[in-house]
Ligand binder design. Structure first.
Ligand SMILES: [Zn+2]
Ligand SMILES: [Zn+2]
Length: 430
């Protein structure tokens, strides 16, 4: 430790080791520190999370009892079992799908089977339209298209790993005291260090280019306890999409989610401070492995003419849990109409009342009230339209009992004091 110059965390001046106290002392501000604490301030930062990616193709046995299709319209590559005849593309609805021989593709290891029937999915879809006043008309018309609901197995990559994190935080604890006309704030500065491990199981990242990540992530979670080993017969009556985004390309998304979950989990063990910030964070993974899987989704797509061409909107229902998601925007025209309606009614009623009370000089009050109410009403209508959102972390996939702390240290560093003269002289305040 002697060859390196350490800086005082309080004032930045160089620290010198004092043989007498066994501490690092600052000649400039007079603080003294444990060498261990100072060492912990300056560890490595960064993360290194990796996954092995075994990718086996379909066996000859699989291929014999499977059928592949390519959609001429959107390019989707699909597979199903030999007994199912596909008549339209599950993504775009095009009937021009051409049968092909199974040639490429990654063999899924596991499949989560459908539990939600077509009838249940249709009910879910119908129910979604109830009370949605801002739903664009084109989608209201698409209710008639529930018959086109398509049963699709979406390819996912499931990421598993054990993660080890070593993090340091700067934490502050504040105490405010009054002495006469002065308010004195004492801030204790602490260095917090936590190191520990945790395991993640089956973090899903969809491997389909045609499936928007926002849609697939808002369909989560799937209960993997119901997953079965893949065999072609599982696909009967449904289509499966071949993974066209490889595991390597999906890995960064899994890494992002692992990092955020690890940091959240470790951070949640730092308690009792007024302010906490991350000083450094280092995350390593072990036993990282990715496995290909198929997840059940009921899909309805609707095309809408917009400026710049047709846009495809998607309704998707998790085939295991019934969770519905969509990327349907609210109708701006309808929102404006509802706003004006409420605004006009409240303004008219308010002005009428003021006229009766002979106080029309208050005319602005009903206008203001009307604007606020109309805004709130339209806002609540908007909130009823669920829109797909991405998941920020992988907390759902953290194995709770796998979390353990190996280093759990809170080290006091130094205290700063600041004084402020209190302006008011009107006696002590609580
Ligand atoms: Zn100092
Ligand atoms: Zn298609």
């Amino acid at each position: 430790m002697s060859t390196m110059t350490y800086k005082c965390p309080c004032c930045g001046a160089p620290l010198a080791f004092s043989g007498a106290s066994g501490k690092l002392a600052c000649a400039s501000c007079g603080n003294e520190y444990d060498p261990d604490a100072i060492e912990a301030l300056t560890g490595d930062s960064g993360s290194n999370i990796q996954f092995d990616r075994p990718e086996d193709g379909y066996s000859a046995g699989d291929a014999a009892s499977m059928q592949a299709y390519t959609c001429e319209a959107c390019g989707a590559e699909l597979v199903t079992d030999g007994t199912t005849t596909a008549t339209e593309c599950p993504y775009c609805g095009s009937p021009t799908i051409l049968p092909e021989r199974i040639s490429s593709g990654v063999r899924p290891e596991v499949v989560v089977p459908f539990k939600i029937t077509k009838e249940q999915a249709q009910q879910q879809f119908e129910g979604y339209f109830q009370g949605k006043k801002l739903m664009p008309n084109v989608f209201l018309n698409s209710r008639n298209r529930v018959a086109d609901m398509r049963k699709l197995y979406v390819p996912y990559w499931l990421f598993n790993c054990d993660a080890r994190a070593d993090m340091a935080f700067d934490a502050e604890r504040e105490q405010v005291q009054r002495q006469g006309d002065w308010e004195i704030t004492r801030t204790e500065h602490w260095l917090i260090r936590r190191a520990g491990g945790m395991s993640f199981k089956d973090i899903p990242v969809d491997g389909s280019e045609k499936m928007d990540d926002k849609i697939s992530e808002s369909l989560e979670p799937y209960d993997m306890r119901e997953a079965v080993p893949f065999q072609p017969a599982v696909l009967a009556g449904a289509m499966a999409d071949n993974a066209d985004v490889n595991a390597e390309a999906c890995e960064s998304r899994a890494v992002e989610r692992v990092e955020r979950s690890v940091e959240n989990t470790i951070r949640s063990t730092v308690k009792g401070y007024d302010r906490v910030s991350v000083r450094r964070s280092s995350i390593q993974s072990e036993n990282g492995r990715v496995k290909p899987a198929l997840m059940p989704v009921w899909l309805i797509t609707t095309e809408k003419q917009e400026q710049g061409g047709k846009k495809t909107y998607t309704f998707a229902i998790n085939g295991q849990t019934g969770e519905l998601t969509c990327d349907v925007p609210y109708d701006r025209g309808k929102a404006a109409k509802w706003f004006l309606l409420f605004f006009a009614i409240i303004t008219a009623a308010g002005l009428g009342l003021l006229a009766l009370l002979d106080s029309l000089n208050m005319w602005f009050a009903p206008l203001l009230l009307a604007a606020v109410v109309a805004f709130a009403v339209v806002g609540s209508m908007q909130a009823k339209l669920k829109t797909a959102v991405r998941q920020s972390a992988a907390g759902n996939y953290l194995q709770r009992d796998s979390f353990h702390l190996e280093i759990n240290e809170d080290r006091y560093l130094y205290t700063t004091t600041s004084k402020r003269r209190i302006q008011t002289q009107s006696g002590p305040k609580k």
